[in-house]
Design a protein around this ligand. Structure first.
Ligand SMILES: CC(=O)[C@@H](O)[C@H](O)COP(=O)(O)O
Ligand SMILES: NCC(=O)COP(=O)(O)O
Length: 257
């Protein structure tokens, strides 16, 4: 069992599919191949404009995961758009959804680029977190790596935080900048765990930067990876790509042991 779960984000498969009306590449086929290769879960981030994941994909992937007990379904999005309605419908159909990752994206946003801010977001997040948890779903909050924000994330009821890793990924090629970023993430993860939160991470993680991150940042329970992984799969195929990412995770665990 790997110490950090790999959840494959299949947004970019849907993006390619949506450029024609032929239904290829198939999002569920991609997810199946990733699960067969050992991925621990599948992530989708349906955006209101359906530029990649469409609403039917959310249900199609949930149907798929019903046949994969033990693997997790993580749905990301803004709870103040229609993420909660979709989660309710998934649950009403008796389909699995294990985790909702709340992301403070604007409608039409290019990609996610920041986390929730406390105290500003506290009062509006508290009820939607409770509503998601009432469905039996774990809630993770997408957060910048700021140690001072972690106790507040726990105080509004979150189960986990997902540390937004783009600043780390952008700094990775410069050793000094990388070390400084890793220190920041390490402190944020320690603060999150001290507050009683579990720690996820994601955004722009890839085969080059993943192992260093997991070596330096303790106790990351899940990474969700999409853009780079799907780009790698275009060259290597899904199975070889997922296995390569799992090796990155294993290498980090070996380095820590
Ligand atoms: C929350 C997060 O970091 C990812 O879900 C990322 O936003 C992917 O979204 P896109 O694939 O639309 O860029
Ligand atoms: N939560 C992050 C995610 O699902 C994938 O982000 P990226 O690897 O596409 O940047």
């Amino acid at each position: 069992m790997n110490p950090t779960a790999l959840s494959v984000n299949v947004n970019k498969v849907a993006l390619l599919r949506n450029s024609r009306h032929l239904g290829i590449p198939s999002v569920t086929r991609a997810a199946t191949l990733c699960l067969q290769a050992g991925a621990h879960g599948i992530t989708v981030h349906p955006r209101p404009d359906e530029r990649h994941i469409r609403w039917h994909d959310v249900f199609d992937v949930a149907e798929l995961l019903r046949a994969w007990p033990g693997r997790e379904y993580n749905i990301e999005g803004n709870p103040f758009h229609n993420l909660l309605d979709v989660a309710r419908e998934v649950a009403a159909r008796g389909l699995p959804v294990h985790q909702l990752t709340f992301v403070p994206d604007a409608i039409g946003q290019f990609t996610s680029d920041h986390g929730w801010r406390f105290p500003d977001d506290a009062e509006r997040l508290r009820p939607v977190i409770a509503q998601a948890q009432a469905l039996g779903v774990r809630v993770s909050l997408f957060m910048d790596p700021d140690p001072d924000q972690m106790a507040a994330a726990r105080a509004v009821g979150a189960d986990r935080v997902e540390l937004y890793t783009e600043p780390y990924a952008a700094a990775w090629a410069d050793p000094a900048a990388r070390a400084a970023q890793l220190q920041r993430y390490r402190e944020a993860a320690l603060a999150a765990r001290a507050a009683g939160l579990q720690v996820n991470a994601g955004h722009d993680l890839n085969r080059d930067n993943l192992t260093d991150f997991l070596r330096a940042v303790p106790g990351v329970v899940e990474v969700s990876i999409g853009h780079a992984l799907i780009a790698d799969a275009l060259e290597l195929g899904y199975a070889a790509t997922v296995q390569a990412y799992l090796r990155c995770i294993d290498a980090a665990a070996a380095g820590r042991a």
